[in-house]
Design a protein around this ligand. Structure first.
Ligand SMILES: CC(C)(COP(=O)(O)OP(=O)(O)OC[C@H]1O[C@@H](n2cnc3c(N)ncnc32)[C@H](O)[C@@H]1OP(=O)(O)O)[C@@H](O)C(=O)NCCC(=O)NCCS
Length: 180
């Protein structure tokens, strides 16, 4: 995959409440504690991930070392969100498909951070010749569904009650986007 350093600078607000002056860049080791914290909160309190506990720091370090398009959004010197890709499934015929995910810090949601991260991530995936991207969204999650639809993903099916967290069954909708 491309080793070219890419950085997107998001210009000031296009719509009211949208965060301006935000950088989207590759994640660095110094970003991992913030990424760890964003994910840990969702693992413990939310249902966007089916983990119950924070992901160990070693796994984040492995992800940084892997070719997983690990991006962060930085605003005024602070990491406010991240996005990554991962292999969809391990068997070789799936090698042109990647699964994508994105997390924005709670206080920063709804201000264009997720969209900026995903736009950059999808551009990089196209550049790397990825054919298809897949996302799995645990319901309800209107923000994530809106983000994926806005980025051109289409829904391909719902798995009913495939997860259980916080004492309730959780449906997961799968979405996909053909990149070319
Ligand atoms: C889902 C998530 C990544 C979205 O990121 P965000 O920065 O809040 O979203 P943005 O502000 O970039 O909005 C993206 C689009 O979704 C829409 N949107 C965002 N939140 C919304 C909501 N709660 N309801 C309806 N639409 C919403 C925006 O209007 C925007 O649409 P547009 O580009 O057509 O104007 C973020 O809310 C989050 O991290 N949630 C917790 C973790 C999570 O669910 N991650 C996804 C795992 S699949």
């Amino acid at each position: 995959m491309s080793g070219v350093m890419l950085m997107t600078v998001i210009q000031p607000a296009g719509r009211p409440g949208t965060m301006g002056g935000m950088d989207i860049r590759r994640a660095l080791p110094a970003d991992l504690p913030t990424v760890f914290g964003i994910y840990a909160r969702e693992a413990r309190e939310g249902h966007a991930t089916f983990d119950h506990e924070p992901r160990p720091m070693e796994l984040w370090e492995d992800k940084l070392a892997a070719d997983d398009h690990f991006l962060v959004a930085e605003h005024e010197g602070a990491v406010v969100g991240y996005a990554t890709s991962s292999p969809f499934r391990p068997k070789p015929a799936y090698r042109h498909t990647r699964e994508t995910t994105v997390y924005v810090a709670p206080g920063q949601q709804g201000r264009g951070v997720g969209r900026a991260l995903y736009d950059d991530l999808l551009t990089r995936l196209v550049g790397d010749g990825v054919h298809l991207v897949v996302a799995a969204v645990a319901l309800p999650n209107p923000g994530s569904l809106a983000l994926h639809r806005a980025c051109g993903f289409e829904e391909v099916g719902v798995m009913r009650e495939v997860g259980r967290k916080h004492d309730r069954w959780i449906d997961v909708v799968f979405l996909q986007k053909v990149l070319g």
